[in-house]
Design a protein around this ligand. Structure first.
Ligand code: GRF
Length: 201
């Protein structure tokens, strides 16, 4: 199986996945990083690890369709059959999602369906939620939506600050995402309607 990670920013999840692959915890080839942001720190991380990068900038294309066609070319060239979105700051089109249905996963720093969007941790914290968490899910046509693979919950304590909560959540992400990818690689997931069943063993 060949994995592509899509990221636009820091790349801490990319790094966590890369480490899990390198250590042999996940038997998959991390074949490609797709990035749309030339200033993203994730690019240096990929370079240091010797992972191939496709830097595809939206502004180089007239339409979103052309932009995605170029990305799909890279995916085909590298025989990608699983895509892990890790802080990729662009919504994929319906056509893209349909072309890779059930082969795109995403990580989101909240307990979906609560707190969708780009400021999930902050939103949960200032909402006064008592618990927060992380979701890994299959991507469908809606934002931060689709069958849930794994979730992890943590309590928001009174002594937590936004900063401490963010740190705890990212730490959870770095475990949960490799775990979810491993389940896919081991073919342990079964989609039943909207639910993802995890086979035992
Ligand atoms: C993570 O919090 C992830 O859940 C969200 O975007 C952030 C990416 O962080 N989708 P990083 O670039 O992996 O450090």
């Amino acid at each position: 199986m060949n994995l592509a990670v899509f990221a636009s920013g820091r790349g801490s999840n990319f790094l966590a996945i890369a480490k899990a692959v390198k250590s042999g915890k996940i038997k998959i080839s991390l074949a490609l990083l797709v990035c749309d942001n030339p200033g993203a720190p994730v690019l240096d991380k990929a370079k240091r690890l010797g992972i191939k990068v496709a830097l595809v900038k939206r502004q180089d294309f007239v339409s979103k369709k052309d932009f995605e066609t170029r990305i799909i070319q890279h995916l085909k060239e590298n025989k990608i059959n699983l895509i892990a979105m890790a802080g990729f700051m662009r919504m994929l089109s319906i056509d893209f999602v349909r072309a890779y249905r059930n082969r795109i996963i995403n990580i989101h720093p909240s307990l979906l369906p609560s707190f969708k969007g780009g400021h999930a941790i902050k939103d949960a914290f200032f909402y006064g939620a008592k618990v927060a968490g992380v979701t890994v899910h299959f991507v469908d046509e809606e934002m931060d939506h689709g069958p849930i693979i794994l979730q992890s919950v943590i309590e928001i304590k009174e002594k937590d600050t936004l900063d401490s909560l963010e740190k705890k959540i990212h730490k959870i992400e770095h475990k949960l995402y490799p775990q979810a990818i491993k389940l896919i690689v081991q073919r342990k997931l079964k989609l039943v309607g909207r639910s993802v069943r995890i086979k035992a063993g």
